[in-house]
Design a protein around this ligand. Structure first.
Ligand SMILES: [Fe+2]
Length: 292
């Protein structure tokens, strides 16, 4: 059978779409989770904290399409590194999801259980600290309450809901701050910052990196922001990228390290995925940050 040029193009295009979709599906498998090890320099970091290793997980999105085993793989990958401290920056479940055509899905307690079970291996000498993401809030107050309670009881998580905790070593302090998701009216950087002196090192956990807008507007001194939310784009097409990021800053906070003057923001691509089990040019990420 002889194919016309048009048929060749048609079959070629279909083949490319199928191979791309297959690759994107395979990229969501647990074996594709990438451990990244950024080293961040904070000039005013007290000597006692040099070399502090922070394990960072975000956007677990436990759901029908993100399994307990996938989350457990991420937790095990991190625990092999023996971090001093672990931070979790929200979107623990995919419950109710807001889309342009309205709300989709609802809070399912079994997704919370798979997330808690998946993360059950986590422990760190300086503790596990967490903030909530937009999907946690969108799932309703009952979901927020259940997430906070289960994580506190099962994993010993300390929630930073517009508050801070001091980490002390040999009389020197650094501060961990956390805010509710930036899209929520309950988010308050002002409240989170109130116990921190201007010359002390402050590390802010914020699910959404767009919190940088408020930091700049308030001329608030923050040394490091740790975020997720954008999933690194999740599906990043060759030559096209991912033009639909949920950020008012366009591509700026898509993934990785971003500098705003002296302040640094690290945006992890996250562990899970949303809407479909697809990731392209954007593998799931477990992050181990070292402060120097
Ligand atoms: Fe997310």
């Amino acid at each position: 059978m002889k194919l016309t040029r048009r048929q060749l193009l048609k079959y070629g295009l279909r083949g490319t779409v199928l191979v791309t979709a297959g690759t994107a599906y395979a990229n969501t498998w647990s074996g594709q989770i990438e451990l990244t090890r950024p080293t961040l320099t904070i000039p005013s970091l007290p000597r006692q904290f040099h070399g502090l290793r922070i394990g960072h997980l975000s956007d677990l999105h436990a759901s029908l399409i993100v399994s307990r085993d996938h989350i457990a793989s991420a937790a095990q990958l991190l625990m092999r590194e023996k971090p001093d401290l672990i931070v979790l920056t929200g979107d623990f479940i995919s419950g109710a999801t807001k889309t342009i055509s309205g709300d989709m899905g609802a809070f399912d307690a079994s997704y919370l259980e798979r997330c808690v079970e998946g993360l059950s291996a986590l422990s760190a000498p300086l503790g596990i600290y967490a903030v909530l993401g937009n999907h946690d809030f969108w799932s309703g107050p009952r979901a927020v309450e259940a997430i906070c309670q289960r994580f506190r009881e099962q994993l010993g998580v300390v929630w930073l809901r517009n508050e801070s905790r001091a980490l002390e070593k040999a009389g020197k302090k650094i501060h961990l701050l956390g805010v509710d998701d930036y899209w929520e009216a309950s988010s308050s950087l002002h409240a989170a910052k109130q116990d921190v002196l201007p010359d002390e090192v402050s590390i802010l956990l914020s699910h959404n990196p767009d919190i940088n807008e408020e930091i700049d507007l308030g001329k608030t001194k923050i040394d490091l922001v740790l975020s997720g939310h954008t999933h690194g784009g999740q599906v990043v097409l060759p030559f096209v990228g991912q033009p639909f990021l949920p950020s008012g800053f366009g591509q700026k906070y898509r993934a990785g390290l971003v500098r705003d003057g002296a302040r640094q923001t690290y945006v992890t691509r996250g562990v899970g995925h949303l809407l479909a089990p697809l990731r392209l040019n954007c593998p799931p990420e477990v992050t181990l940050l070292t402060l120097v």
